[in-house]
Design a protein around this ligand. Structure first.
Ligand SMILES: [Zn+2]
Length: 330
């Protein structure tokens, strides 16, 4: 028991301690490219690494990773630190230790690209989770459009009486009715109604599935706004700028992406992965901004609530405008 506590204490101390760069050795190097003699890890004249020796499998592998911009600037350290001390790592990065860690935005785009690879078949079951979720989306939206049709039925009846390419008067306005081959689609003044909304929704969800990087980035921008509002008066980084907060959010997303990549690899399509990722995102926020777990969770939940309320208000405004448009302008 005592031993376990000691181990935990030293782990905690390691978590909070910033990354330490190895001290310079007294060893003198001669640059293999320009012949300059120097101390340190890089040639001050041409920038070549001091430690370039004979070609090895390790150096070949790192050069291979470098093709995709990986393998440099502590990628492995960044992944380890994001999993074991995320909040303190982000703190160090924001304090200026930029050479110690993999750049946040690069990690963001590469991480989601890899996650898409894993989700589309690079997992132990060779299962394409993305195409499965696309099917679910189109199925659920087919049900939605069925429901919309039921609601529209009463209104449709008056349209049904109109002949193909007829013109009828509603509210003193002339409407050109066209019926298409599909009986569930009716064109009024050249525009489709009824299925339009379900189609827009379907396109929206398909777009999100097809453009995960852009969708995630936009979502992060939206979510960061209420979260910055609730986290900016913290004790650990009291004068945090929005841009710095956004960088911390990008790194936290990277942590969730890493968890998703590992989870989706071993258990593709498992809904628990998202729950674990979401729960894990509380840890860096707590470590970075110093609120208790309870308060951190409360602030995150409140941010989501604010967004949901804003979305409902926006939807109501749009619905109202659409009603006014149909009622008075059309
Ligand atoms: Zn040199």
């Amino acid at each position: 028991m005592e031993q376990l506590r000691d181990k935990y204490e030293s782990f905690k101390a390691w978590q909070e301690q910033p990354h330490q760069v190895m001290p310079l050795s007294a060893e003198k190097h001669v640059c293999a490219t320009c012949g300059t003699e120097f101390h340190g890890n890089y040639c001050p004249r041409c920038g070549q690494r001091a430690t370039i020796g004979r070609y090895s499998f390790k150096s070949a592998f790192l050069l291979f990773l470098d093709v995709w911009g990986l393998g440099n600037r502590g990628m492995f350290r960044s992944i380890r630190d994001l999993l074991l001390r995320p909040g303190y790592m982000i703190r160090d990065y924001l304090n200026g230790m930029q050479m110690a860690y993999f750049p946040p935005f690069k990690m963001f785009f590469l991480g989601i690209a890899l996650l898409v690879f894993v989700q589309s078949g690079l997992n132990i079951r060779m299962e394409n989770v993305i195409s499965n979720s696309k099917e679910v989306i189109s199925q659920s939206l087919d049900e939605t459009s069925d429901n919309i049709n039921k609601i529209d039925k009463v209104e449709k009846k008056s349209f049904d009486k109109a002949a193909i390419n007829d013109t009828i008067n509603i509210n003193g306005k002339k409407l050109a009715i066209e019926k298409t081959e599909k009986s569930d689609q009716i064109r009024v003044n050249g525009k489709y109604y009824g299925l339009k909304f379900a189609e827009i929704l379907q396109k929206f969800f398909r777009w999100i599935v097809d453009n995960q990087t852009v969708a995630q980035f936009l979502w992060l921008l939206v979510l960061s706004a209420p979260m910055y509002f609730l986290f900016r008066h913290n004790k650990k980084i009291p004068d945090i700028h929005y841009s710095e907060f956004f960088v911390s959010m990008v790194y936290i997303t990277n942590l969730m992406t890493i968890i998703s990549i590992i989870g989706e690899f071993f258990s593709p399509g498992n809904a628990m992965i998202d729950i674990i990722g979401g729960a894990a995102s509380i840890v860096p926020l707590k470590q970075l901004y110093g609120y208790s777990y309870k308060r951190t969770f409360f602030k995150v939940a409140l941010s989501f609530m604010i967004l949901i309320i804003l979305a409902i208000i926006l939807a109501a405004i749009f619905a109202g405008l659409a009603y006014l448009y149909v009622r008075y302008i059309l």
